[in-house]
Design a protein around this ligand. Structure first.
Ligand code: SF4
Ligand code: SF4
Length: 422
């Protein structure tokens, strides 16, 4: 059973049970070694604006960036193809990237196809998000073992493998900032999240195209990364395959200096701007956000909730793929000889009836009440709880919903008949 912990203000009529919810260069530059007390990339080290001029790196030298990070002790994680999707996984070299592939996304639909060029980041976000590294799906919190005298409790140190995230999109940087507020900035610090968050290096990639379910422009979170990264890349395919490099932290600047990348020309900068402008023009969806907080709260009994409930399977996909959802539950897992039990935290979802099971029953017994709770929280009560939207416009919940429920459409329909309460 999911227990009630931290609670967001609940709209009238509902009870909230949401829980916390490489090359011959020497890259052994000590300033890049993750275990040294480096400034925190997301909260103290990274300045919110670019800190240096722009540089340009030919695609043939992207591997140098990877090698530099690896030589400094960072594990690399980034996009690669697995099981018919582009997911985040361990990377060895730049050759692991999905070169020449793109994705096609629509409500309830995802597929890969060849692009016809050698783009390394020519796709948008897939079913994975970086939260799987920072807020892992399963964590052993503590274990209890029977002893001759009673019981011994062991609390493991939170694991924090130094990891460079390669290819973090602007909306994903925004999602990490949202989870920073949840796990670090709301009066309680989650030690598991903090240990991992303090040990990452962020290589952002500005989007050169948008997907059919993307709406980051509406949420003011992309497609260009404006801060929160160590280095940002923009892939340029015209007139020579290359990357525009921009540093966003002192250690990012040091890495760019180690690469000895030449300064970017006006043509390089214009080409990078054009790539981002192309992404803006391709944005698959929009959401009108003005007054959405109040709109949803005054339409708590709108008939549209019944319409969406008739299509929602309560499968939890939307919450699993969402980069900001943070609900979890805890379980005790005994061994077969019953002399040891592990206390394990796992991802949970507000779409299950168990999640809101309190005092003998679920406070959200209907699918309608669960979908409404999720969407109202994302777009409305999240503002009360964390002073921001809980949605960054990545579009994952639309793509990976088996029935193609579209959060932007739901807002549009409610807005179109504002006040049509039953
Ligand atoms: S609610 Fe949907 S579009 Fe918004 S951040 Fe979550 S998955 Fe992305
Ligand atoms: S909205 Fe879609 S993805 Fe989310 S629980 Fe319902 S059916 Fe599943």
């Amino acid at each position: 059973m999911a227990q009630s912990g931290r609670r967001e203000p609940a709209p009238a009529g509902d009870i909230c049970a949401h829980r916390r919810c490489t090359l011959g260069y020497s890259f052994r530059d000590a300033t890049l070694i993750p275990h040294l007390a480096l400034p925190h990339p997301g909260r103290t080290a990274v300045r919110m604006n670019a800190t240096s001029g722009h540089h340009v790196l030919p695609v043939s030298r992207l591997g140098d960036l990877f090698s530099a990070l690896r030589s400094a002790g960072w594990n690399l994680a980034g996009p690669r193809i697995r099981d018919g999707a582009i997911v985040y996984d361990e990377l060895e070299t730049a050759a692991d990237l999905p070169a020449g592939w793109t994705d096609e996304q629509a409500p309830g639909k995802y597929g890969l196809k060849k692009r016809g060029d050698g783009a390394l980041f020519g796709y948008v976000v897939g079913p994975h998000s970086w939260k799987k590294y920072l807020f892992p799906p399963t964590v052993r919190m503590w274990s209890a073992t029977k002893t001759a005298d009673g019981m011994e409790v062991e609390v493991p140190q939170p694991a924090a493998p130094p990891t460079a995230f390669i290819g973090v999109r602007a909306c994903e940087l925004a999602a990490i900032a949202v989870q920073d507020k949840v796990f670090l900035g709301s009066g309680f610090v989650d030690p598991v999240y903090k240990a991992r968050r303090d040990n990452i290096f962020l290589v952002a990639v500005n989007c050169g195209q948008a997907g059919g379910t993307c709406f980051c422009s509406s949420m003011n979170t992309g497609p260009k990364a404006r801060g929160g990264f160590d280095i940002a890349l923009t892939e340029i395919l015209e007139d020579g395959h290359r990357f525009l490099l921009e540093s966003g932290s002192e250690r990012g600047e040091r890495l760019v200096a180690l690469l000895a990348a030449p300064a970017a020309s006006d043509a390089d900068r214009s080409a990078a701007d054009a790539a981002v402008a192309r992404a803006v023009s391709m944005m698959g969806r929009t959401m009108e956000t003005s007054g959405v907080k109040e709109l949803l709260q005054r339409n708590y009994e709108h008939p549209r909730w019944d319409h969406v409930a008739a299509r929602c399977l309560a499968c939890t996909n939307c919450t699993m793929v969402c980069p900001t959802c943070f609900c979890s539950t805890v379980e005790d897992v005994p061994n077969l000889s019953l002399d040891r039990s592990d206390h394990v935290r796992t991802w949970d979802s507000c779409f299950t009836s168990d999640f809101s099971y309190i005092h003998g029953g679920s406070v959200r017994p209907s699918v309608k009440s669960r979908y409404r709770q999720w969407m109202v929280h994302k777009l409305s009560t999240w503002h009360d709880q964390f002073a921001s939207s809980g949605c960054v416009g990545c579009g994952r919940c639309i793509t990976w919903c088996p029935t193609g429920i579209d959060i932007t459409e739901e807002v549009r329909e409610i807005r179109a008949s504002d006040g049509a309460n039953t």
